[in-house]
Design a protein around this ligand. Structure first.
Ligand SMILES: [Zn+2]
Ligand SMILES: [Zn+2]
Length: 152
């Protein structure tokens, strides 16, 4: 990333061009839209999946909180540890909301929330939410927990 991009609007979003959306990945990618195609990782315009107003609002407000915490963590300042703890806390709102959203969307299209972790801490070996087994489907991260609708 060009350093100047940090002060520029986000304009180069790559959209999903798959003929059909079979699975969704809910993931923060530094852009304004956390709804991505599981297969190609391209962004999915909310209109394409006819996202309801209620779901759109929920996703937008969850995303605002997530990106705020992420920014605080990235900033490596006074709030770094607070932000990291919040992003990892399975009882914290940012994660409970995301799991709720993923489960809700999954009633129509299977959706997975990509759980954040600090790469310095190594990979997850179990589901960060239920401590259960994560499958070996490591298209993204190290695997998924189907029960929690999570990519870890
Ligand atoms: Zn796609
Ligand atoms: Zn789980």
């Amino acid at each position: 990333m060009n350093l100047y991009d940090r002060l520029r609007p986000d304009t180069d979003i790559e959209y999903c061009d798959c003929s059909q959306i079979t699975r969704i990945l809910l993931v923060y990618t530094l852009s304004v839209n956390p709804i991505h195609c599981y297969e190609c990782k391209g962004a999915i315009d909310p209109e394409r999946i006819s996202l309801s107003n209620k779901r759109t609002e929920k996703i937008a407000s969850w995303h605002r909180v997530f990106s705020s915490l992420y920014d605080l963590w990235m900033d490596s300042g006074e709030y770094e540890n607070f932000a990291k703890k919040s992003l990892l806390n399975k009882e914290g709102e940012v994660n409970t909301e995301a799991v709720k959203i993923a489960k809700d969307l999954s009633t129509e299209i299977p959706t997975y929330y990509w759980w954040w972790h600090d790469f310095d801490d190594g990979d997850f070996t179990e589901c960060p939410n239920c401590n259960g087994v994560i499958d070996q489907d490591n298209k993204h991260g190290v695997g998924k927990c189907e029960k929690c609708c999570i990519v870890a």
